[in-house]
Design a protein around this ligand. Sequence first.
Ligand SMILES: NC(=O)c1ccc[n+]([C@@H]2O[C@H](COP(=O)([O-])OP(=O)(O)OC[C@H]3O[C@@H](n4cnc5c(N)ncnc54)[C@H](OP(=O)(O)O)[C@@H]3O)[C@@H](O)[C@H]2O)c1
Length: 313
Amino acid sequence: MGCDLLVTGGKGQLGRSVLALAAQRGLAATGVDVDDMPLEDRGAIQRTVRDLQPAFVLHCGAITNVDGCERDPLAAYRVNALATAWVCEAAAAVSAGLAYVSTDFVFDGAQHGTPYAVDAEVAPLSVYGASKRLGEEAVLGHGRDDFYVVRTSWVFGPGGKNFPRAILDRARSGQPLKVVTDQVGRPTMTLDLAEALLDVARLRPAGGIYHAANEGQCSWHQFACDVLAAAGMGAVAVGEQVAADLNLPAKRPAWSVLDTDKLAAVRGMRLPDYRDALRRHLPLDDSAKEAAARAAADAAAPSDGGALRGKQY
Ligand SMILES: NC(=O)c1ccc[n+]([C@@H]2O[C@H](COP(=O)([O-])OP(=O)(O)OC[C@H]3O[C@@H](n4cnc5c(N)ncnc54)[C@H](OP(=O)(O)O)[C@@H]3O)[C@@H](O)[C@H]2O)c1
């Protein structure tokens, strides 16, 4: 008899929230990450899935360092695309359902003003987006009714290295803030996303693509203002800049608001507004323990920021 759920990327920002929620729901869930099941290793993937015999695989593991992917495309394609094909192959071999967590970065933002529906044309601007799109194709290519691509966006969650955390750390240390005004999307909290993902695993709707994001939409600049307001620091000034000022290696879509209607119809509810999510998130995130863990992780990180693995929002 196997387990209910296998979660790849189990030590990541989303994977940890999924595992915590699965435990609350009384599911037998196992998380694996780079030490237990390196995604570069097809044999390890096959063995792990065969041994655990999960009813459902939630594939959260990925290289999420968007600019790092531009520097090392091969690693990005290997982990985000090829390994996804291997995870699908292993899941299909034990007749497990599967959800692959994908990204708004499969879109180019040209559809400005209209939320992206699940069947909107994809046109990734970056290696990260293209590698995740190939991962999507690996999932969809199976044509299975219990295989899902769940796209999400602008993810933040307790203990994660994410945008709200970066804004608060800077504001609290008195550093000036300057944030991009010309990219608009939907911030999404891991705990709310985890609810949606576990509902997909439970409800088993028709296979295919779903969009899961908190309600509301904003620019990164507006999001920074919302983060500060939620933390009682609304008086802190947030300067404005445009994305081009940053000259980052990876291009991001200027508009990536996901249309979440299809998932809402399946679940009978939408994810809460992102400002509500922020208010719930901040107290959870703010423990001294997590601050210490972050400091230790930052101290251990290479100073040039050149490591490909490691979270980037
Ligand atoms: N974060 C966002 O804003 C965002 C937006 C849209 C979609 N998504 C998608 O959501 C999913 C979860 O993202 P997240 O925010 O939880 O990212 P995360 O915190 O970076 O989690 C990803 C996990 O995968 C692990 N991983 C990386 N390379 C691996 C490898 N070769 N073998 C095994 N495990 C490996 C990472 O380990 P290390 O940390 O040690 O590298 C990490 O624990 C990803 O699929 C991502 O593409 C994220």
